[in-house]
Design a protein around this ligand. Structure first.
Ligand code: CA
Length: 223
């Protein structure tokens, strides 16, 4: 998911950006409401994580503002305040969930997964006997957990979202690695190799197919 993180404490934002990045999310960090507002006009995000006490005000101001404009992007509010009435205020203010600092990273991940599911982004993808849960960042084949790394998961998810369509290396680089130039390496082929080792190994029918001179396709039918 593309996540906008609005947090002015560098220690927290660095920690969260790194942890969420390792989970396969793309995080843009902004330190005040003004910058976050500009980031929102430049790009679309799947989730906002918003601190309340910021140099230029309360992060909820921005959430309220966007809700008024009809934007329903899920928002998770972070705060050091833990009084019940402020929690209620947070939810009334348009945030979808609330996390009190300090919190455990696993708790944050669980909340994010729940919000993604509620937003519909967590709908499961199914290709043959392969099942992917985007919210939980997990995939199974024949009911068995594939235990993918974050990057393998992103690649598999993108292939599954385009199941039956042949995807070129360039397109995979753009969408999965977010790079618009050829890194001059065979990173795509290497990762498809890793995925094969997990998705297809031990199964009679492969799901990942190479289309010579074109790219790769994920498909349940034989090719
Ligand atoms: Ca703060």
């Amino acid at each position: 998911m593309r996540i906008l993180l609005l947090e002015d404490e560098p220690k927290i934002s660095r920690f969260l950006a790194r942890g969420l990045g390792e989970e396969g999310h793309r995080v843009q960090v902004t330190e005040d409401i003004d910058h976050a507002r500009r980031a929102l006009t430049d790009a679309a995000f799947d989730l906002w994580i918003v601190d309340r006490m910021l140099p230029d005000g309360d992060g909820l101001t921005l959430v309220r503002e966007r809700r008024k404009a009809g934007d329903r992007t899920p928002a998770l509010c972070l705060t050091a305040r833990d009084r019940v009435e402020e929690r209620v205020e947070g939810l009334i203010g348009g945030a979808d969930d609330y996390l009190v600092k300090p919190f455990a990273f696993d708790e944050l991940l669980a909340r994010i997964a729940a919000l993604a599911r509620r937003a519909g982004g967590g709908e499961r993808l199914v290709v043959g006997d392969l099942e992917i849960d985007p919210g939980a960042h997990r995939a199974w084949r024949g009911g068995q957990d594939l235990k993918l790394t974050a990057q393998e998961f992103r690649l598999l998810r993108y292939l599954a979202e385009n199941a039956g369509r042949v995807l070129s290396r360039t397109r995979l680089l753009e969408h999965v690695w977010d790079t618009h130039h050829d890194p001059g390496t065979n990173v795509v082929d290497v990762y498809v190799g890793y995925l094969r080792g997990k998705v297809d190994k031990g199964f009679e029918r492969p799901l990942l197919h190479t289309v010579r001179g074109v790219g790769y396709v994920l498909e349940a039918a034989e090719r």
